[in-house]
Ligand binder design. Structure first.
Ligand code: PEP
Ligand code: MN
Length: 332
């Protein structure tokens, strides 16, 4: 249940009620909210005079639901707003991993040339094998920060586990929580205590309910800047790396108020399929696309097969405008 407390109730009283209900207390759009689990279906009678309004839910998709907030939330990635009534589809580009200053600079320059604003690059990589390249760590974060400074870009990088979350929060503008890390309570809780936008990727075996509940960890802790990212599920099919769940995206658009970004690169696993998938995703009226691109994909240290080279990225970018504008959106 989400309970909006009247404005004239003192902070001390709010703290007492919150303790009694074992509720989260947040301030949302100037409103004092208390949040309990969806198992609470009615208000304690003695509380009724303090309550402005309240929302009852069938399950723990609460703050992220359209039942609580009808319109899609607006989240700022640097100067660019997505969601709300922006009709923006933000195109986030950059390599899977930051590998060197020369490499990440080339990606940064590509984005600047195309008028794009948001550069991705992993520094702590959640690899499936301990023998693969694990990322540049802090050195990589410093390179991303340098690109932000030199080119005015917004940077996004992923947190692999809770041990380095403070470092990630310090260095990046948008925190990406990867598909393998989205259940990590240390990451989710740390991200709930800040105001920077958090992009949560759906695990490849994660139900939509679990996905939105991961978002609820961040929202109920006080950070309202959450964005969801669909990046493919594991199915019986092995010809492609994963299976992009566009039905799930349609479900999220119907029931959730969080902006949605799609990542066809990781879903497909092969560069040849990424442009068509990206156009299909754009046609759904989504809030963003995350596309891996590398100056020379053949020598990429991670996800080599799925990264577009810069020419392919540019040609995809050129083709997206017509798709986006046909449904009233724009690529930013
Ligand atoms: C990535 O974005 O490079 C990545 C590792 O993604 P995911 O968490 O979706 O596998
Ligand atoms: Mn990758």
């Amino acid at each position: 249940m989400v309970i909006q407390i009247k404005n004239n109730v003192s902070n001390q009283e709010i703290q007492e009620i919150s303790k009694k209900l074992n509720a989260f207390h947040i301030i949302y759009e100037g409103k004092q909210l208390l949040i309990t689990g969806s198992g609470t279906k009615s208000l304690p009678v003695e509380m009724e005079k303090e309550v402005e309004q309240y929302w009852v839910f069938d399950n723990d998709m609460q703050l992220s639901s359209r039942k609580f907030k009808k319109d899609t939330r607006s989240v700022n990635f640097g100067k660019v707003a997505i969601g709300g009534n922006s009709k923006n589809t933000i195109l986030i580009g950059g390599p899977c991993s930051v590998e060197s200053e020369e490499q990440i600079r080339q990606s940064a320059q590509l984005l600047v040339k195309l008028g794009l604003t948001t550069l991705r690059g992993g520094c702590y990589k959640p690899r499936t094998s301990p023998y693969s390249f694990q990322g540049m760590g802090l050195e990589g974060l410093k390179l991303l920060a340098k690109m932000r400074e030199e080119y005015g870009l917004t940077v996004i990088t992923e947190a692999r586990d809770a041990t380095h979350i403070d470092e990630i929060i310090d260095y990046t503008d948008v925190i990406q929580i990867g598909a393998k890390a989205m259940y990590d309570q240390g990451i989710l809780r740390a991200c709930s205590k800040i105001n920077k936008p958090v992009l949560i990727k759906r695990g490849f075996g994660t139900t939509l309910q679990e996905f939105v509940q991961a978002a609820e960890f961040v929202l109920s802790g006080g950070n309202q800047n959450v964005v969801l990212c669909e990046r493919g599920l594991r199915t019986f099919e092995t010809a492609t790396r994963f299976t992009l769940d566009l039905c799930g995206v349609a479900w999220l658009q119907e029931y959730s108020n969080l902006p949605i970004i799609l990542d066809p690169s990781h879903a497909m696993g092969y560069a040849y399929g990424v442009p068509n998938l990206a156009r299909a995703c754009t046609a759904m009226g989504i809030d963003g696309l995350l596309i891996e691109t590398h100056p020379n994909p053949k020598i990429a240290k991670s996800d080599a097969s799925q990264q577009l080279d810069h020419e392919e990225f540019q040609s995809l970018f050129n083709s997206l405008h017509a798709v986006a504008s046909s449904i009233g959106y724009k690529i930013v």
